[in-house]
Design a protein around this ligand. Structure first.
Ligand code: SF4
Length: 325
């Protein structure tokens, strides 16, 4: 009898290079150079290595920005031919700033990955932390999102709160609510999602580099989440507990299609330094954020991912408010 293979999700870092230098990014800026790019041959061999030993449930290209990887087209073609179009791997994610999608011909090429008709579930995750008038890419960014929305791609926007980007996040969310009303109100909830995060790189948490003053964070978080709730835009939270939402929002949570992150999922991180048997295998929850002891009595504990202990401990974040019947 064949032994059942363990299920894993591959996170591949083709390049660390990126057009931005976000404060919370855990990639050392010195690493953002060509010599830390994986070669196409290395990527193929790594996928093959894990495919033989595990059951690959999902594959994500992360970074850096994978769209800046010089061999991105041959890589995507390889993934499509060998793993995606035959549904060998059923979930595909690419995390990017998506600036390259300001070109409509590039967006047309991507339809086979992120369009709504694919046989697998492909989703483009777009980082949107620098949406301010000072952002030299602002117009390009808007054009890219518009191009993707016109094609009805599956889009997941990731916005990370930092000390300096509150007004940028508010502007980004207001831009996204317009895009949603115009192009996505009839789509399935998984086709358009906004994810709000506090950074969860625990070493950096202690440096306080990017930590917001807690009251200011809560006020802005509620303002932003209220905008999303009003339009019933699907929402995900990482490292932000549900009890930080306004109480009246918790009543309508199901209508908003709130998505909980599966933190027990096994992630294999493959980058230049860590490949094959050296790749880092971990669950999302181990290093990041979790429910706290106060959550035991809370009726939301099955929906909520909690928060990193560091925030409450070091940064005087608002106390948790378990919701009890
Ligand atoms: S008390 Fe805990 S489980 Fe309940 S909403 Fe807050 S963080 Fe989540």
């Amino acid at each position: 009898m064949s032994k059942k293979k363990k299920k894993v999700n591959l996170f591949i870092y083709p390049t660390y290079r990126c057009s931005n230098d976000c404060l919370f990014c855990f990639i050392d800026p010195k690493m953002r150079n060509k010599k830390n790019d994986l070669t196409l041959a290395e990527i193929k061999k790594n996928i093959n290595y894990f495919d033989k030993r595990y059951s690959i449930q999902g594959l994500a290209l992360v970074g850096g920005d994978p769209f800046l990887y010089p061999d991105i087209i041959p890589l995507l073609n390889f993934l499509n031919d060998k793993y995606l179009s035959c549904s060998k791997i059923r979930h595909f994610t690419l995390c990017s700033e998506a600036l390259k999608c300001s070109s409509m011909s590039f967006v047309s090429y991507l339809t086979k990955f992120f369009g709504s008709q694919t046989s697998f579930y492909g989703s483009l995750h777009i980082s949107l932390n620098n949406f301010s008038p000072n952002d030299k890419f602002l117009e390009k960014r808007k054009k890219a999102i518009l191009n993707l929305a016109k094609r009805g791609f599956r889009l997941h926007f990731v916005l990370v709160f930092t000390k300096n980007n509150l007004s940028a996040i508010i502007k980004a969310v207001s831009f996204l609510t317009n895009i949603f009303s115009r192009y996505y109100s009839d789509f399935s909830p998984t086709d358009f999602m906004v994810e709000l995060r506090l950074p969860f790189n625990s070493d950096d948490n202690k440096s306080g580099l990017f930590i917001l003053e807690s009251k200011q964070f809560l006020k802005s978080f509620r303002q932003i989440s209220n905008l999303l709730f009003k339009k019933q835009i699907p929402l995900a939270l990482r490292n932000i507990p549900l009890c930080y939402l306004e109480k009246k929002r918790l009543v309508t949570l199901d209508r908003v299609n709130f998505i909980k992150t599966n933190i027990d999922k096994i992630a294999v991180r493959i980058n230049k330094e860590n490949q094959f048997d050296k790749a880092e295998v971990n669950t999302f929850g181990k290093k990041g954020w979790s429910l706290q002891k106060d959550c035991f009595s809370c009726i939301l504990k099955d929906k909520c991912n909690g928060i990193s202990f560091n925030y409450i401990n070091y940064f005087d974040y608002p106390v948790l408010k378990p919701l009890v019947k």
